[in-house]
Design a protein around this ligand. Structure first.
Ligand SMILES: *Cc1c(COP(=O)(O)O)cnc(C)c1O
Length: 456
């Protein structure tokens, strides 16, 4: 049987075949009795094109992965070239130029002091690596009593059991809670939760006080504090002041716990700087990268850490101090090569400058929504913008989740050439960096009309 479906096969036929065997992520499959399954056959810049020839502007960068457009010619060429040289090799005892060069490049562009790079193959795996490495560091230092992690309320770090353990999004966590480690939850500096009249910076200071109190009680048993710098993405694109990151760095130093920065979603220019930690000029002890790392082409992740952490594992073999974690596709050459080409695009093109112009345009187009009677908040950090839908504007009472208001925006988008995929009541924009202002206008126009339908 051919693996390339014949061109005449349209949406309906492909969707029917899909639904006979494929089990999709993050999906109640019965929904597809009424919600269309969309077979995509081609991508081009910010556009996705389905099997009936309909186009969708990718307003969410295909789950926050894509930076420079679908089927980007430069990335595709690098991938094709690498595929003809070396597709994969065991990464224990063996190495290759794409991994070496990528590690060198990542050390160069991340905050000074991150010197060691451990590769894995997806975001959740990077979180598992950081959690285990932090625990194991303390163990190797004679502190086996440190076994716990502090995470923020509303955080999301992935859905494997360790990553889910330090996540606090009920939708993903609640069902599996009996299987998970119990984190210590610190209240998020999420600016949406500030008191009336309290600035994001004031809230960050208050939250740091609460974190200090938790550390006073728990630092002796805590390996690390893990956060998503600046934007808690899956938790509803909740945003906070960079002062929190600076204060977190000071507290982690004072209380001898690690700082894990999960930049899986916010890294690579999303928040306006290349990495979100730069906004507070902090160096975490671990930085987790994935998603945009390959421009959206291939699964790959990296955990960067300090020489001090590395040194705690470096010992004579029988000391038994080596870090133990491996995935078959660790350091895959195809993925590393595409990541290198992604970094080359950042080097060759004024990506961050262009994003500033696009972000300003997006902000200007979204501003009128602040006055909408069912919008509780419009917020933005660089190339991430979000509109919080509420049932009651004055009290900010949310729509009950069961009403699935955001889903109506999604369906409206599909009918009007836009891929928007609200997180519950939060309609957000996280487009690839190759969008132009006219495409941003299209996304905002479709979202605005979709919001009208959703709140009707
Ligand atoms: C997506 C995401 C992850 C998990 O990455 P996967 O590749 O989906 O496993 C972890 N942390 C953050 C902040 C994310 O947005």
């Amino acid at each position: 049987m051919s693996t390339l479906l014949p061109a005449r096969t349209g949406n309906a036929a492909l969707a029917a075949r899909d639904l006979r065997h494929v089990w999709h992520p993050c999906t109640q499959m019965q929904d597809h009795e009424s919600i269309p399954m969309v077979p995509i056959v081609r991508g081009e810049g910010a556009w996705l094109i389905d099997a009936d020839g309909r186009r969708y502007l990718d307003g969410i960068s295909s789950w926050w992965t894509n930076l420079f457009g679908h089927a980007n010619p430069r990335l595709a060429a690098a991938l094709a070239d690498q595929a003809q040289r070396l597709e994969h090799v065991i990464f224990a005892g063996f190495t290759h130029a794409p991994a070496i060069e990528l590690a060198e490049a990542l050390v160069r562009i991340t905050p000074p002091g991150l010197e060691r790079v451990f590769f894995a193959d997806n975001g959740s795996a990077a979180i598992e690596v950081a959690l285990k490495m932090s625990f194991h560091y303390w163990l190797n230092q004679g502190h086996g009593e440190k076994t716990r992690f502090i995470a923020l309320t509303g955080s999301y770090h992935g859905e494997t059991l360790g990553a889910l353990s330090v996540s606090d999004v009920a939708l993903y966590r609640k069902t599996y809670a009996p299987l998970l480690l119990t984190p210590i939850l610190a209240p998020s500096p999420d600016a949406y939760e500030g008191e009336p009249g309290e600035s994001p910076a004031q809230l960050a200071a208050r939250r740091l006080g609460e974190l200090r109190a938790l550390l006073e009680r728990h630092a002796h048993e805590t390996c690390a504090v893990i956060v998503e710098p600046l934007v808690q993405c899956a938790g509803g694109m909740r945003m906070y002041h960079p002062d929190y990151l600076a204060g977190l760095r000071r507290l982690c130093d004072e209380f001898d716990v690690h700082f894990i920065a999960d930049e899986i979603a916010v890294g690579f220019g999303r928040t306006g700087t290349l990495f979100a930690c730069e906004s507070a000029r902090v160096r975490p002890d671990f930085m987790c990268l994935s998603k945009g790392l390959t421009g959206g082409f291939l699964p790959l992740s990296a955990v960067l850490t300090t020489e001090a952490v590395y040194a705690a594992f470096y010992a004579e073999y029988n000391a038994g101090k080596a870090f133990l974690h491996s995935h078959s596709y660790t350091g895959n050459p195809l993925a590393c090569r595409v990541a290198l080409e992604t970094l080359a695009i950042f080097r060759d093109e004024p990506v961050l400058e262009r994003n500033r112009v696009l972000a300003a345009h997006l902000a200007q187009r979204l501003a009128p929504l602040r006055d909408h009677p069912h919008v509780g908040d419009v917020r933005q950090t660089g190339m991430i913008a979000a509109v919080e839908l509420v049932a009651d504007k004055r009290t900010r009472r949310p729509w009950p989740a069961g009403e699935r208001r955001g889903l109506r925006v999604y369906l409206h988008g599909l009918e009007h050439a836009a891929l928007l995929r609200p997180l519950g009541n939060v309609v957000y924009f996280m487009p690839p960096y190759v969008v132009d202002t006219a495409q941003i206008d299209h996304l905002v126009d479709v979202a605005t009309a979709g919001i009208e339908r959703a709140v009707a």
